[in-house]
Write a protein that binds this ligand. Structure first.
Ligand SMILES: Nc1ncnc2c1ncn2[C@@H]1O[C@H](COP(=O)(O)OP(=O)(O)O)[C@@H](O)[C@H]1O
Ligand SMILES: [Mg+2]
Length: 414
C-alpha cells in the first residue's frame, strides 16, 4: 500500500514467509495420510488369511502411505539367506537393491533384528533427492520371519515416516504369521481327515473280507453239515431214546453254529448291504434288535434306485451304532427309525424314548475303545460332506439325525 512517509509518498510492502506454514500443513497432511493408511492396513491385513494376498496388500499400502518407489518383502531360508518373496516397483531399482551397501544393510537387519536405513543413489539431477532404502524386520515375538524393504525419497529417513513403516511392518508380520498358522492347521486337518478316511476304508475292507470268509466258509460248512446230518438221521434213525436225544442235541448245536455265524456276519458287514442295499440291511438290524425284545418302528422311503456305496455304508454304520446305543443305554425304550430320500440328500433318523443323556458330556472319559460311537458316526458322515446331530436331554429320550448329500457341491451326482 501507499503511505505518506517523511512528507512524501512511499510504497509499503509487507512480506510474510508462509513457507513454514505450508510445510506444517504438508506435514499434517502426511501424518493424516499415514494414520489413515495404518487404520486401513489394520482392517485389510486382518481380513485375509491368504499369505500371498496379505503380502501384496502390505506392499501396496506401504507404497501408498510412504510414497515409495519400490517395496519388497524378502524371506530368509534355512541358511539365513534372504530371497525376494513379493515386490512392487522393483523393475527400475533392481541393480540398486543388489548393490553391496544394500546387501550389507539387509544382512545387518538379519543379525540385529533392528531397522537399517541407507542412502543408495545420488540424485539424478541437481535438485533431486537421494534414493533411500529402509529395511525393517518383520518380527513375530522375537522371531524374524522376513524383511520389509522400502525404497523411496529422502523423507523416509524422517522419524515419523520410519515409525509409520515400523508399525505397518509389525501389523504385516502378525497377519502373515496368523495366515501361516492357519494354513498349517488347515493342512493338518486335511491330513487327519485323509487318515480317518483311509482307516475307515481299511476297516470296512477288513470287515467285508472276514464277513465273506465266514459266510462262504464257516456258515456254509455248518449249514451243509446240518443238512447232511438230517438226511443221515432220516436214513439211519437212531433206535434208542438216548440216540434220538443225542442226535437232536447235535442238530441243535450245528443249527446254533449257523445262527452265530450269521450273527457275526450281520455285525461285521451284512452281505445284504452289498446285495440288497441300505434299506434291507437296516431291516436286518431292526429285526435283530426286535428279537432282543425292543419295540422298533421302521419306515423306509428310499425308492428303488440304489444309493452310492459309500453313502450306504456310512448310513448303515450310523444306524447300526445308534441302534446298538439304544440297546445298550436305553434297553427297554421304544425306537423309531426312518430312512428318507430327499431332493438332494438322504436322511436317517433314529429316535428313542429312553432315559436320554447330556450330549456335551457323552464323549468324556471312557477307556480305550469306549465312547467312540458318537464321534465315529459324526466323522463318517462328515467325510461325505454331510452332518450329524444328536439331540438328547435326560428324561426326554434321544434323536440321532444324519444327512448325507447325494449331490456334490459342484452340482454333480456322486
Ligand atoms: N440312545 C441313547 N440313550 C441314552 N444314552 C445314550 C444313547 N446314545 C448314547 N448315549 C450316551 O452317550 C455316551 C456315548 O455314546 P457312544 O459314543 O456310542 O459310546 P459307548 O456307547 O461306547 O458308551 C454313552 O456312554 C451313553 O451315556
Ligand atoms: Mg455306542
Amino acid at each position: 500500500s501507499v503511505i505518506s512517509y517523511g512528507g512524501g509518498e512511499a510504497l509499503c510492502v509487507i512480506v510474510h514467509d508462509i513457507s513454514e506454514r505450508k510445510r506444517s500443513a504438508e506435514r499434517l497432511q502426511r501424518s493424516l495420510d499415514a494414520l489413515l493408511g495404518l487404520y486401513e492396513a489394520g482392517q485389510i491385513l486382518s481380513s485375509s488369511l491368504q499369505r500371498e494376498e496379505i503380502g501384496s496388500r502390505l506392499l501396496e499400502i506401504a507404497r501408498h502411505v510412504s510414497n515409495l518407489t519400490a517395496a519388497v518383502i524378502s524371506i530368509p531360508d534355512q541358511e539365513e539367506e534372504l530371497h525376494i518373496w513379493r515386490s512392487t516397483g522393483l523393475e527400475r531399482l533392481w541393480q540398486v537393491r543388489f548393490s553391496p551397501e544394500a546387501v550389507a544393510a539387509r544382512r545387518q537387519v538379519l543379525q540385529t533384528r533392528k531397522s537399517q536405513a541407507i542412502r543408495l543413489r545420488p540424485p539424478e539431477d541437481a535438485d533431486g533427492e537421494h534414493l533411500v532404502g529402509l529395511n525393517l524386520p518383520l518380527l513375530v515375538r522375537d522371531r524374524l520371519i522376513g524383511v520389509l524393504e522400502a525404497y523411496g525419497p529422502e523423507a523416509l529417513m524422517e522419524r515419523q515416516n520410519e515409525e509409520t513403516l515400523i508399525s505397518l511392518a509389525n501389523q504385516g508380520a502378525s497377519a502373515l504369521e496368523n495366515a501361516r498358522l492357519y494354513a498349517d492347521l488347515a493342512e493338518r486337518e486335511n491330513r487327519l481327515q485323509d487318515l480317518i478316511r483311509k482307516l475307515i476304508t481299511a476297516q470296512e475292507e477288513e470287515r467285508r473280507k472276514v464277513s465273506y470268509e465266514v459266510h462262504d466258509g464257516l456258515a456254509q460248512t455248518a449249514a451243509g453239515a446240518h443238512q447232511l446230518l438230517q438226511a443221515f438221521a432220516r436214513q439211519h434213525p437212531p433206535d434208542s431214546d438216548k440216540g434220538r436225544k443225542d442226535l437232536a442235541r447235535v442238530l441243535e448245536l450245528v443249527q446254533q453254529t449257523v445262527g452265530e455265524a450269521r450273527y457275526v456276519i450281520a455285525d461285521l458287514r451284512p452281505t445284504a448291504l452289498d446285495d440288497l442295499g441300505l434299506a434291507a440291511a437296516v431291516r436286518l438290524q431292526v429285526e435283530k434288535i426286535r428279537n432282543l425284545g425292543s419295540e422298533v418302528d421302521y419306515e423306509e422311503a428310499l425308492g428303488d434306485e440304489r444309493l452310492p456305496a459309500e453313502v450306504e455304508t456310512a448310513l448303515f454304520r450310523v444306524a447300526q451304532e445308534a441302534l446298538t446305543n439304544v440297546h445298550k443305554h436305553a434297553p427297554s425304550a421304544r425306537v423309531k427309525i426312518t430312512l428318507q430320500r430327499l431332493t438332494n440328500c438322504v436322511r436317517l433318523n433314529v429316535r428313542d424314548w429312553g432315559p436320554g443323556f447330556d450330549p456335551e458330556k457323552a464323549t468324556d472319559g471312557g477307556g480305550p475303545g469306549e465312547r467312540l460311537g458318537l464321534s465315529s458316526m459324526r466323522e463318517r458322515v462328515a467325510l461325505l460332506g454331510g452332518h450329524l446331530e444328536v439331540y438328547s436331554l435326560p428324561g426326554e429320550g434321544t434323536e440321532v439325525v444324519a444327512e448325507i448329500p447325494t449331490v456334490q457341491k459342484d452340482g454333480k451326482g456322486r
